[in-house]
Design a protein around this ligand. Structure first.
Ligand code: FE2
Length: 196
């Protein structure tokens, strides 16, 4: 049976790389795509000039953005840091704010950082085989805290939820995940902007 939209069946995501066996490429985010997202902007600029490597990749498979459909794909975050802050995704709220999302950690070691508009903070460590349930209303960002492994998560959310990246670009997350003495730790974000 022909599937009614883009996704080719059967679709698979490589266990090691997270890359899908479809003709639609994963979207890429490099140092140049994350201006002012890290605490140490000077260090980010250095990384941009020094090769501008990939920070992460993720899929938008073109699932119709309508009620009843489910968008899904992998998020692939390469190990590394900007200053002492681990590689991470931009992070977003859903435009339909009260929309949850499932993240299944396929491989690697990460943190899912979550915060509500009211300032409630949740963060969960994730390792291979573990599932994170991101509740509705919470912005979410994946962070790779491994020094050597790629963090690969498989995500699913309602396809019409939409992404609000602007709020996070503007204000940042209230908390940062940084390396301190060889271990990850969560600190207040000195650059977080509270306009309320
Ligand atoms: Fe999301």
């Amino acid at each position: 049976m022909k599937h009614p939209f883009y996704v080719e069946i059967p679709l698979s995501f490589d266990r090691i790389t997270g890359i899908a066996n479809c003709s639609k490429p994963a979207l890429e985010r490099r140092y140049s795509d994350m201006k002012n997202m890290y605490f140490d902007e000077e260090k980010r600029k250095e990384k941009e000039k020094g090769g501008n490597n990939l920070i992460y990749r993720f899929y938008d498979l073109g699932i119709p953005k309508k009620e009843g459909d489910l968008a899904f794909g992998t998020s692939i975050i390469y190990p590394g840091k900007v200053g002492n802050e681990y590689h991470m995704t931009n992070g977003h709220f859903h435009t339909i704010l009260d929309t949850a999302e499932i993240y299944y950690c396929q491989s690697g070691h990460g943190i899912m950082m979550m915060e509500s508009p009211e300032g409630d903070i949740l963060y969960k460590e994730m390792k291979s085989g573990q599932v994170i349930y991101v509740p509705g209303r919470y912005a979410h960002r994946s962070i790779n805290i491994s020094s050597s492994e790629t963090l690969i998560t498989f995500y699913v959310f309602r396809a019409d939820a939409g992404h609000d990246y602007g709020s996070i670009k503007e204000k940042g997350f209230r908390k940062l995940v940084v390396e301190d003495g060889g271990h990850w730790t969560v600190i207040d974000n000195p650059r977080w902007k509270n306009y309320e």
